[in-house]
Design a protein around this ligand. Structure first.
Ligand code: NAP
Length: 264
């Protein structure tokens, strides 16, 4: 049985949305490589949470650390996952960082730009490339219904502009095109690609701006009037991976309680 377990790499799985994804995939019977940047303790906690809900004997939850902000920090991450599992059925590009200092567009710095683009844009591209090469070389071996899966976790900020974090918004808008490029390139190789766009989510990333967002949410700017939770993203990714969107690729799917909907 163990040899039929699908295997997934989730980046930034130590905390927040990535952890929510890892736990849902564990619950669905998958082995999950839990990537983290520097917080190994949180990654261990995630592993324990995954093990607690695992559905199949033989599921594995290895921890893999790599700083995606370092030049070439992504190099070797797919290879390490392959050496753990011997295979890869899906990649969830979730790791990301906020705009350092949230500086106004007039004050934004080259240093912040380079950091955000390295983690949020460059690393997902090269991780996708490394995964794609393996998928192209291993036709017909996918263990997930409908084939291999590539996921990008971008943001409602791909669509909604903020003047105090232009670098972040631009990095997330870039992920939308990235998903389309890979969707086209991989469609003939039994690989589906989707971009999920979370809205205002309750994680460490937003802990410092909770007081700003609480009234915005309560006032109805988020029509569903609640914070998004890691499980909201986890369950969406799980649905995609288990084959519930069989004719979907290259699509952007909002997970934001209606925040992105233009209104009058
Ligand atoms: N929270 C929101 O409201 C929201 C909304 C829309 C989209 N998103 C996006 O969703 C994704 C997850 O966000 P989150 O809210 O869960 O963030 P979070 O709680 O701050 O967690 C970030 C995760 O990414 C990892 N990470 C950050 N920088 C890294 C680096 N340089 N190298 C390697 N790993 C790094 C962290 O690893 P460590 O634990 O080791 O630091 C952690 O696992 C991000 O792409 C974010 O942009 C978030």
């Amino acid at each position: 049985m163990a040899q039929l377990i699908p295997t997934v790499l989730v980046t930034g799985a130590s905390r927040g949305l990535g952890r929510g994804v890892a736990v849902e995939l564990a619950r669905a019977g998958m082995s999950v490589a839990i990537h983290y940047g520097s917080n190994e303790g949180a990654a261990r906690d995630c592993r324990a949470a995954c093990a607690a809900v695992a559905a199949e004997a033989g599921q594995q939850f290895p921890l893999i650390g790599a700083d995606l902000g370092e030049r070439g920090g992504w190099a070797g991450l797919i290879e390490k996952t392959l050496s753990q599992f011997g295979r890869l059925d899906a990649l969830v590009n979730n790791a990301g960082m906020a705009s350092p200092g949230r500086a106004d567009a007039l004050d934004s710095t080259e240093e912040a730009w380079d950091q955000v683009m390295a983690v949020n844009l460059k690393a997902p591209w090269f991780l996708a490339q490394a995964a794609a090469r393996w998928w192209v070389d291993h036709p017909g071996e996918a263990r997930l219904p409908g084939g291999y899966k590539l996921v990008f976790v971008s943001s409602v900020s791909a669509e909604l502009a903020s003047t105090n974090r232009g670098d972040y918004c631009i990095s997330k808008a870039g992920l939308g095109m990235m998903a389309r490029v890979w969707a086209l390139r991989l469609a003939a190789h039994q690989t589906q690609v989707v971009e999920f766009r979370p809205g205002i989510m309750e994680t460490d990333m937003t802990a410092g701006v909770k007081e700003k967002y609480d009234p915005i949410i309560a006032g109805g700017q988020v029509p569903m009037r609640r914070w998004g939770q890691p499980g909201d993203v986890g369950r969406a990714v799980r649905s995609f991976l288990v084959g519930d969107l069989p004719f979907c690729t290259g699509e952007s799917i909002a997970l934001d309680g209606g925040l992105h909907v233009p209104r009058l």
